[in-house]
Design a protein around this ligand. Sequence first.
Ligand SMILES: [Zn+2]
Length: 103
Amino acid sequence: MGLFDFLKGGNKAEKELTWEEENTYTGETPDCPNCGTPLTKRYVFSGMYCENCRYGLEDDDEDDYESDESLSVYDAALIWQSNGKDEDYTFGYSEDELEDALR
Ligand SMILES: [Zn+2]
């Protein structure tokens, strides 16, 4: 991560604490609302996420849409259309349903 490298480099050596020790979050975290696993918070300034079910992690990879069961027919239709109406991107919907959603 470039940002981490920047912070690391810009942080002049203070005491004996390493950057890692200084910024690692050691407090309590709530349980994951999805699976009940305690959430992971790596650093004091970072967001919480679930290592078990990936709750809280950002998904910017389009391939992950395929495993997202909550994808609406409208979202599915847009992805389907942007992939040339490829049958691999119907997300369990029929072509009629997808066509209807695009209207
Ligand atoms: Zn979870």
